[in-house]
Design a protein around this ligand. Structure first.
Ligand code: ACM
Ligand code: ZN
Length: 753
């Protein structure tokens, strides 16, 4: 009996494993059935609505491209061989669909959108079954979305992409049952939409003379001198709108104002406060020259928005509203006159006045306004929706004021952030937003009451392209984070399970490989867990998602499949470098893991801190200071412990009395992040852990000379306990970054020799 139930459990487990397969986003309900359904060129599909016919045709294009055959489409209700019936349900819940099947037939029912989504599910379920055939495991699925707004944004101003690439982007959105494409069409670095009444917007504003090379945070800035740009004609825009409609994607066009408008002002400087002249920006960032709040600007923007509203059928128009410096408005006679005329308190209220006037233009055109959360400042226009990007507070405030909200906080939804350890990733703007973090996102803030929660329309991923020069790079940044976000938005919070998702994701990769999508392999990145053992360290390697094998070397060579197979913790007793990578089917799947370990008498020994590091900069606790791993430069928040305390005392027990003459303390100097070298470092030693004797002190001059590794030598002494006292620099002096604030103190490895 016991045996039998074990077998039943085992079978059930297997069924669940096969059946959880690789569908992303996870369907609301699915049940594995017996048998397979075979698709071939003799399979007939019955369809009697024009819209569903379009979905069938797209499915056929997919079959033709990747499996080499097409289904026979028929209006005859009784086809003879393999049958697929499409049943259109009028007034269905948007996105709802049901698939029922056995080995002989498939029945798909739902609204038009749902039927399109049913085919997206089938595409992912297909497996090759001989030449020009494909099969699916028979499954019953009932599915529908959690959120109304399931979006992806794309900035085409910083880097331009072709119409074909925009269409591919829409394919990717719809492949994951997402339904909003936020098209960021204008910014300081380029105006990308043809406006018939103002041709210079694209002729002048569509091109820049050069582009920043490398990271914005590396000075001095250098530029290439290549003319860069492009724009979409209104005909092309119409073509894209039509293409998106066939995939149930609504386009949200964004025309930035009053800030991020330098490209427009380069073309029409008369709408600025100073009159210009200006050039289209060739670097990233925020610029002081913005639209002037005078009447003529609104006439210009009315014309522009009217043309935009005619092109896009969606209900919302995005007007930006973010990051608008008030520098020019403060000294502009025109703007100051309006502040007086309208009895406004200040320039913040002038921004609110600006957005409220724009809302009237948009409402006159029969549309609704949406803007970044800065539009809350000085008061929201009456019917505006808010896109919350600076965290979630803007979204919470707007929902409480009964305004609709789309969530897109930088913490979870910015796909321009790094998705793996920055040193193994292509240059990105910063941040660290892994697939797991995206997957953990909950768009409805817990602070909201049930009544307020219904104002959260959904969420979207934002893709700012400063560091994405081409479309394959955009693919790299969105995949596989888009998979995680789609599940957050479609499948609901109850079914969310990271372990199940990552297993499915790994299987899902073959679907991306087939389509030659350049997805990031960062989820295969190897993580190391270092622990102290007797006489050294143990290093445990693992990857974020399951992988066939991890291979490694200890001799400095590149790891290959024939290198040592990792199957248990690596033990280290002296200096060494581990290089490792994940392999699957003979191919390397991960970025290279490479870590050097420096041993000293303190490595792996007992260490106690007098105060705890700040929560944000405490990845590994006190052990970080003696784990043999030196903090990396540039620093990315890990490996270094960060303190705001006046003084930190680090006590190390060498576990036996030993002869010592040298202590090296690593400290960080990163002034732009308000991190300063310590004011002093003092080393004391003891035999009994009670009576300490100071053996060496370094002052600020010596520390500044050493810069990072402060090497403190002293007369050879015999001791078991070593205490290192590190003093914070104190208040940051005038003229330096963060002046007037307490300096941060960052410490990593302590070596005792
Ligand atoms: C934004 O990221 N400036 C909306
Ligand atoms: Zn002005």
């Amino acid at each position: 009996m016991v045996k039998k139930s074990i077998i039943v459990l085992f079978l059930l487990f297997n069924v669940l494993m096969v059946f959880s397969q690789k569908i992303i986003p996870l369907p609301v309900f699915q049940q594995q059935l017996k048998g397979d359904f075979l698709f071939s060129s003799s399979t007939q599909v019955f369809v009697n609505s024009e819209t569903s016919l379009e979905s069938v045709n797209q499915f056929n294009d997919f079959l033709s491209q990747y499996y080499g055959f097409k289904l026979i489409v028929t209006k005859d209700r009784n086809p003879v061989q393999g049958k697929i019936y499409i049943e259109l349900i009028k007034d269905s819940v948007p996105g709802y669909y049901q698939i029922k099947m056995n080995s002989d037939e498939i029945e798909i029912s739902g609204g038009e959108e749902g039927i399109f989504y049913a085919f997206q599910t089938l595409k992912q379920m297909l497996v090759p079954a001989g030449k020009s055939m494909a099969s699916v495991n028979c499954t019953e699925i009932t599915d529908y979305p959690r959120f109304r707004w399931r979006g992806m944004h794309l900035d085409v101003s910083r880097h331009f992409v072709t119409v074909d690439s925009v269409k591919k982007y829409i394919d990717y959105i719809s492949m994951y049952k997402m339904n909003r494409f936020h098209w960021h069409l204008t910014d300081d670095q380029g105006w990308r939409i043809e406006i018939k009444k103002y041709p210079k917007l694209t002729q002048v504003g569509g091109f820049r003379n050069g582009t920043l090379i490398g990271s914005y945070s590396v000075y001095p800035h250098t530029f290439d001198s290549l003319r860069y740009g492009g724009f979409y004609t209104q005909e092309q825009i119409k073509e894209v709108v039509e293409y998106a409609k066939k995939r149930f994607v609504t386009i949200l066009p964004e025309i930035e104002m009053p800030g991020h408008s330098l490209a427009a002002l380069a073309a029409y400087p008369e709408y600025s406060c100073t009159g210009g002249p200006f050039e289209v920006a060739n670097a990233w960032g925020v610029f002081d020259d913005v639209y002037c709040a005078k009447d003529s600007t609104f006439n210009f923007l009315t014309d522009v928005l009217n043309e935009v509203m005619d092109l896009f059928p969606g209900e919302y128009i995005h007007i930006g509203g973010d990051e608008c410096p008030k520098t020019r408005w403060k000294v502009c006679p025109g703007c100051q006159e309006i502040i007086k005329r309208e009895s406004l308190k200040d320039e913040s209220e002038l921004q609110s006045y600006f957005i409220k006037r724009i809302e009237k233009i948009i409402e006159a055109g029969g549309k609704k306004l949406i803007g970044w959360d800065e539009i809350l400042e000085g008061g929201l226009p009456p019917n505006a929706a808010v896109m919350s990007w600076r965290g979630t507070q803007g979204g919470i405030d707007a929902a409480r004021q009964k305004h609709y909200v789309v969530m897109s906080p930088g913490s979870h939804c910015y796909f321009d952030h790094y998705q793996g350890t920055p040193t193994s990733e292509p240059l990105a703007i910063g941040g660290y937003t892994t697939v797991e973090k995206v997957y953990s996102y909950e768009p409805v803030p817990g602070e909201l009451s049930a009544g307020e929660q219904k104002y959260i329309l959904g969420a979207q991923g934002n893709v700012w392209t400063e560091y994405m020069p081409c479309f394959t790079h955009i693919e790299y940044m969105i995949f596989p984070r888009i998979c995680a976000l789609s599940e957050v938005l479609w499948s609901g919070s109850r079914s969310r399970n990271w372990d199940d998702f990552r297993n499915r994701l790994v299987r899902h990769f073959s679907f991306l490989d087939m389509q030659k999508i350049n997805y990031a392999k960062s989820v295969y990145e190897i993580k190391a867990e270092v622990k102290s053992i007797e006489n050294g360290l143990s290093v445990k390697l693992s990857s974020v998602v399951p992988v066939e094998k991890i291979c490694y070397t200890m001799d400095g060579s590149e790891p290959a499949e024939k290198s040592m197979l990792y199957n248990k913790e690596i033990l280290l007793g002296s200096d060494g470098t581990i290089k490792a990578a994940a392999f699957e089917k003979g191919m390397r799947r991960s970025p290279l893991y490479q870590q050097s370990f420096s041993f000293s008498k303190a490595t792996g020994k007992n260490v106690i801190l007098s105060v705890q590091p700040n929560k944000s900069y405490n990845t590994g606790g006190a052990f970080t200071l003696i784990d043999g791993i030196l903090g990396k430069i540039p620093w990315y928040g890990k490996e270094w412990l960060g303190f705001l305390n006046d003084e930190v005392e680090i006590s190390i027990d060498l576990e036996k009395t030993d002869s010592i003459c040298n202590v090296i303390v690593d400290v960080l100097d990163a002034q732009s992040s308000w991190i300063y070298l310590p004011g002093s470092i003092e080393v004391s030693v003891s035999d009994d852990n009670i009576n300490f004797k100071s053996v060496r002190k370094a002052d600020i001059k010596e520390i500044e000379k050493a810069a990072r590794s402060v090497n403190l030598t002293f007369d050879k002494t015999v001791a078991r306990y070593v205490k290192v006292r590190v003093a914070n620099r104190g208040i940051i002096p005038d003229g330096l970054p963060g002046a007037g604030n307490k300096a941060w103190l960052f410490i990593d490895e302590i070596q005792v020799r």
